[in-house]
Write a new protein. Structure first.
Length: 694
């Protein structure tokens, strides 16, 4: 029927079926939009010879060269026309499918346009009736919120621009959802909202003392800020960095600062952060984009002047996604952070009123440009007395409450707390101490729950029963002085520690062997001590043969722990002197200091943490470089009274204190060995006096 309109397609005999089928297919292809000249269709309809018809159709309607060649290779006209019909049927199916897809897409587009047209008509009708639809109502609410948000001029202009775009969009579209989320972020940011600082210095001091024991240096810095703020209201917030071992209260101190100032407190953890977008945010072009941690924290605080703590800033990383520490340079620079731009917000935000506090375990891993922007405050560990006080005042009440015990029915004796501090924990911080106190409380809670006789007062015997055998044995008061063993002091990211230097002499050819996983700096210190002692061998009464015909081995336990630094120089020199002269080293003396090739003692760092480590080890005499005398102001008076500090300028001063007298015995007065006394005498017969200052 489709080919009825074509001339020559009227016959339907068996001989002309293939010709008629070709006519129908040609007509269908033309109807489907194939570019075919009407004259060609007329010629196709008028040809009666199958061969000529097949050739003409193949020439004009078969598009692939391989298929046209296949048709031409068939000699039988009827078979050739049959193959042409198969190719035409295939082409008709393809064109029909394409037409169906195009019609469906056209219908969907027409439906969308129709829906938009009807929606606009409905909106116009509701406007005439004084009614409003949900989308219009949402737009008006957002417009009111933008006006009330107190944005900067630039931010309000951008928010209004995006709102106008949203108003023209289909509210169900994906782009509308992205814009709506962006506008919500702009509205919820505290552009002008801030809390009023509590400028009551007396109350602030009280709050800081309630929450933390000691830490006077940090408390004084916070009170200084309050004092300046009281006199100058537009004073920029300080950028502080608390550096100290774990568990000394760096993070909790930030909360106390916020409470003392009456500000909101926000804490973010930067440990393991390697993506710059975590700080600056993602650009809105990405799916799932969101602002960085700085903007998120400010939104959470709801105030533009919170206390913003960035925990573990020394553990920032970097990879192919950027360097977060570089992004923090703008945040922590008072000269730049008035216009901090987050990639998501893409508008400047003023961070000058934010009080940033960073925490770190060590300064070495913080990039110098970032460290330069912060005011570093060092926190050392706690002494045993301080731990006892903190446990009694803070930790015990907290653990009793957390474990459901009655504070009126259970108490810890000072002896029990002292046993936990000295025998079960040996750290700079308080975490293990709190765990041990909590373990005792849990054991007591179990006995109460089982209906056993409740312990009213925790004694040392109860501590040993609940916590098991002691972990750290107390220092042996009867320990004897030894040859070639000296006690040094070391500093680590988790606090101070004692470091024993062992030296032994045997037959050899003048070799100096060093073991104990030592770094290059520590090996060089040992070599400097060895060379100095050899250069002064005659004055010290050391035969030259002990250098040339013996081998000396220095070992620093524990062998698996890496060690480096110059502060063990005088300790290694003392151990070497002892093993070369056969003199004993006092076991109750700890020392720290760098030695030079001329025998001078240079200053060291981390003095407070090293002194606390010596106190934990039961040492009462500590040898300290003279140039570190100024650092003693950081040692609280109640700690200074517990040990004797011997300040030294040269190795001779060190040996005068560290080397035991030749004749041992209880009650005997100790003096410097004769060899040392001879060296100290020097020219002119005038003796130097080695002074010890507590």
């Amino acid at each position: 029927t489709q080919a009825a309109g074509l001339p020559g397609c009227r016959g339907r005999t068996a001989a002309s079926r293939r010709r008629s089928r070709a006519c129908v297919a040609a007509r269908a292809i033309w109807s489907a939009g194939k570019s075919i000249s009407p004259d060609i269709l007329l010629v196709i309809g008028s040809i009666t010879e199958p061969g000529r018809l097949a050739d003409l159709v193949a020439t004009n309607l078969v598009t692939k060269v391989s298929e046209a060649q296949e048709v031409l290779e068939i000699e039988d006209p009827i078979e050739r026309l049959h193959r042409v019909n198969e190719l035409l049927d295939k082409e008709v199916k393809i064109l029909t499918m394409q037409a169906k897809i195009q019609n469906r897409a056209r219908e969907e587009m027409s439906k969308s346009q129709r829906d938009y047209f009807l929606r606009e008509q409905l909106r116009a009708i509701k406007g005439e009736l004084g009614e409003s639809d949900a989308h219009s109502k949402e737009i008006e609410e957002l417009r009111d919120k933008i006006a009330e948000a107190g944005m900067s001029v630039e931010a309000e202009k951008e928010a209004s621009k995006q709102l106008d775009r949203l108003e023209m969009m289909n509210p169900e579209s994906a782009e509308a959802a992205v814009i709506r989320t962006y506008i919500d972020w702009l509205i919820e940011l505290p552009w002008s909202r801030k809390t009023v600082d509590a400028i009551d210095i007396g109350n602030a001091r009280k709050v800081l003392d309630e929450d933390h024991y000691d830490l006077e240096k940090i408390k004084e810095r916070i009170l200084e800020f309050l004092g300046v703020r009281k006199l100058k209201s537009d004073h920029k917030g300080p950028i502080l960095c608390f550096v100290g071992p774990p568990g000394v209260g760096k993070t909790s101190l930030g909360k106390s600062v916020a409470r003392a100032l009456g500000r909101k407190f926000i804490r973010i953890s930067l440990g393991g952060v390697r993506d710059e977008a975590e700080i600056r945010g993602h650009r809105r072009t990405y799916v799932g984009a969101m602002p960085g941690k700085i903007i998120q924290g400010l939104k959470q605080a709801g105030s533009r002047n919170p206390v913003f703590m960035m925990d573990e800033i020394d553990k920032l990383g970097a990879d192919f996604r950027g360097d977060p520490s570089s992004a923090l340079l703008e945040v922590l620079d008072p000269e730049q952070n008035h216009s901090f731009v987050d990639h998501y917000i893409n508008l400047p935000f003023d961070l000058r009123d934010v009080m940033f506090i960073a925490t770190a375990n060590m300064l070495d891993t913080i990039p110098p440009p970032l460290r330069d922007r912060m005011e570093v405050i060092q926190l050392a560990g706690y002494s045993s007395d301080e731990k006892l006080h903190i446990a009694r005042r803070f930790l015990v009440p907290k653990q009793i409450e957390e474990n459901g015990l009655d504070p009126e029915k259970i108490r810890f004796s000072d002896a029990a707390l002292n046993t936990i501090v000295l025998s079960y924990t040996r750290e700079s911080g308080l975490r293990n101490l709190e765990r041990s106190v909590g373990a005792v409380c849990r054991k007591v809670a179990l006995e109460v729950a089982e209906g056993k006789n409740q312990i009213r007062r925790i004694q040392p015997r109860h501590v040993e029963k609940f916590l098991g055998p002691v972990v750290y044995l107390p220092a042996d008061e009867e320990n004897e002085d030894q040859i070639g063993v000296a006690m040094g002091l070391a500093w680590t990211p988790v606090g101070g520690d004692v470091l024993y230097i062992e030296a032994r002499r045997m037959k050899g050819m003048g070799q100096l062997t060093m073991t104990g996983h030592l770094g290059d700096v520590m090996k060089e210190s040992a070599q400097a001590a060895w060379s100095y002692l050899r250069s002064k061998a005659e004055g010290y009464g050391i035969p030259e043969e002990r250098f040339t015909k013996s081998q000396v081995h220095i070992h620093v336990p524990a062998g698996a722990i890496p060690k480096d630094g110059p502060s063990a120089g005088i300790t290694m020199a003392t151990a070497l002197f002892s093993v070369l002269t056969g003199r004993l080293v006092r076991h109750d003396v700890a020392m720290t200091g760098e030695i030079t090739l001329t025998g001078k003692v240079l200053p060291i760092g981390g003095l407070k943490m090293k002194i606390l480590a010596a106190m934990r080890a039961g040492v009462k005499t500590i040898v300290i470089p003279e140039k570190n005398r100024k650092d003693m102001v950081d040692i609280p008076p109640h700690i200074r009274r517990q040990f004797e500090a011997v300040f030294v300028k040269t190795l001779d001063d060190v040996l005068a204190t560290a080397i035991a007298k030749e004749i041992t015995g209880k009650g005997a007065k100790k003096k410097a060995p004769a060899a040392i006394a001879k060296e100290i005498t020097g020219k002119g017969g005038k003796k130097k006096t080695v002074t010890a200052t507590a």
